[in-house]
Design a protein around this ligand. Structure first.
Ligand code: GLN
Length: 543
């Protein structure tokens, strides 16, 4: 196919309608029909990227192979499509303005007045088309963050208007809205949808397809009404009912004909039925587990599920492989710090200590590690979680009671976790960590090797501190195995314990690479160990 086609996904009425999931589901359906698809997110905030944002503001920061700190929706795109995204898949207003201002300073605009239209909108269009042109995608789906009518999304909607005008049928707009159910009136209401389409029309954009998020089925009359008021065919009004799991959404969208409608509008062939056998098999297993296990996620943003999005999804993938449902118990590390581990962690089948920054609740995380180590409960520490495992070992096994990471105590006599050399010269915060994919060599005869079944792996990183190599001998002599090393930079990437059924700390983030089609081996192996632990406890399997 020669020309790349562009699909824009806008949102109306409220935020949090699930534009990311709809985009990922549409991408999945088109991909399952044989099209090469990528998904891009445009975020209308002024931060250069979400790397400096507090998880309370924006949930998890997702990291790509090439080390971009991005919106968590990119995680959904990868988990659904099994294709890696990159720096080009997430653009913010901050980045758009930064490059326009840089060009202005260089004199690239030859003395003209630099304005939102055309300079900012040109830069937006350039970033959208760049993705399609550079990689020869058949289809680029671009999700526009925020809600239509927001002041900050105006330049993006204007760029969409221009692209539609310039590209005709090579470009369509899918508008996602809410059709609320009023229980007092016992009715679904279309007015908010009409208004949000009107807002789009005021900005010069006629949506081609309207996807309606709803709690109840939309009947034919309702669809007709939306079609009439919003100038679309009835077949272009797509119901998106609340789903049991996000992984149902591609199949629900197929049932509703979203993909065929999109292909019709883009004048693309719809001859091949989407091949979704593997996807359906995954859903079948996910929904019919043979047992349930209980695993703690110890972190400091536990009231906010979005902060650990990729970890939560990785558990779903790994549970499915192991034929079990993983019930996650979110445990606040500050609670463990204040009231002890026993109260929150006893009786569980596995303990994960989460990544993080800053000292709040750090002692609770270290205490959770101790509890897992001493009680031989399967343990996985990710990034800061791995660093906590190193600190715990130093304090309670090596007897270095004042051991710490210099992130939290830069005067500790035992800096077992210390800032990486390359990081010491850096002063700015944005985009300056060790980010993205790095190779790691795995030692044979280790849990890590049993997990990966290979000696060379590559995983994504996001950190400033590392295991302090000055202490290597102390740790290894006392029974800690340094089973994964970055040879080039001499960094410890994986630690484990010999006399423990399953205890792994990883300096990288395996959760970013777990996908429906490829559940991550570290999570799969952790859940397998947790399942065995649960069966042993209940006496179904001998120790
Ligand atoms: N704060 C730690 C560091 O910067 C861990 C980071 C993380 O968990 N992502 O090294």
């Amino acid at each position: 196919m020669s020309k790349t086609k562009y699909i824009f996904v806008t949102g109306g009425v409220t935020s949090s309608l699930g534009k990311g999931i709809i985009s990922a589901s549409l991408g999945k359906l088109l991909q399952a029909r044989g099209f090469a698809v990528t998904i891009q997110k445009l975020d209308p905030y002024i931060n250069i990227d979400p790397g400096t944002l507090n998880p309370y503001e924006h949930g998890e920061c997702y990291v790509t192979e090439d080390g971009a700190e991005t919106d968590l929706d990119l995680g959904h795109y990868e988990r659904f499509s099994n294709v890696s995204t990159s720096q080009d898949n997430n653009i913010t207003t901050g980045r758009i303005y930064q490059s326009v201002i840089d060009k202005e300073r260089r004199g690239d605009y030859l003395g003209s007045t630099v304005q939102v239209i055309p300079h900012i909108t040109d830069e937006i269009k350039y970033r959208i088309k760049l993705l399609g042109n550079r990689n020869n995608y058949d289809v680029v789906i671009t999700e526009i963050g925020g809600t239509v009518g927001d002041i900050e999304s105006l330049p993006y909607i204007e760029a969409v208007r221009q692209m539609r005008w310039e590209m005709g049928n090579d470009c369509i707009v899918v508008h996602l809205t809410l059709v609320p159910y009023l229980s007092a009136a016992q009715e679904l209401k279309t007015k908010p949808t009409q208004h949000s389409v009107k807002t789009l029309l005021e900005q010069g954009v006629q949506p081609d397809i309207i996807v309606c998020r709803t709690e109840k089925h939309l009947n034919d009359n309702l669809k007709k009404k939306i079609a009439l008021f919003c100038n679309v065919n009835k077949s272009s009004v797509i119901e998106s009912i609340d789903a049991e799991t996000i992984y149902d959404v591609p199949l629900l969208m197929k049932q509703e004909g979203l993909d065929t409608e999109v292909l019709k509008k883009l004048e693309l062939p719809a001859d091949n039925e989407p091949v979704l056998d593997k996807w359906k098999e995954f859903l079948q297993r996910y929904k019919n587990p043979s047992m349930e296990i209980n695993v703690a996620l110890v972190g400091k943003y536990v009231e906010l599920k979005d902060a650990y999005k990729s970890i939560i999804e990785a558990f779903i993938h790994a549970g499915t492989v192991n034929d079990c449902r993983v019930n996650l118990k979110m445990v606040h590390s500050q609670d463990v710090e204040d009231h002890g581990a026993e109260k929150y962690l006893s009786g569980l089948d596995g303990i994960l200590v989460a990544p993080g920054f800053g000292s709040r609740g750090i002692e609770g995380k270290i205490e959770a590690v101790r509890y897992a180590r001493e009680n031989k409960i399967p343990f996985l520490g990710i990034c800061l979680g791995m660093q906590c495992a190193v600190i715990e070992f130093a304090r309670n096994v090596l007897g270095y009671q004042k051991a710490h990471s210099t992130e939290f105590n830069n005067k500790t006599p035992f800096p077992v976790i210390d800032m990486m050399e390359e990081q010491k010269k850096i002063s700015g915060l944005g985009g300056t960590m060790r980010l993205g994919a790095y190779p790691c060599s795995i030692r044979k005869e280790s849990k890590a090797f049993e997990t990966y079944r290979k000696t060379e792996i590559s995983e994504r990183h996001r950190h400033r501190y590392e295991f302090n190599n000055k202490f290597i001998d102390d740790f290894t002599q006392a029974g800690m195995v340094l089973s994964g090393i970055n040879k080039k930079d001499d960094l410890v990437e994986i630690i484990e314990l010999k006399d423990h059924p399953w205890f792994l700390g990883v300096q990288f983030h395996p959760e970013y690479k777990s996908r429906v089609a490829e559940p991550h081996p570290v999570f799969v192996s952790f859940i397998k160990a947790a399942k065995t632990f649960a069966l042993q406890k209940s006496g179904q399997v001998k120790k």
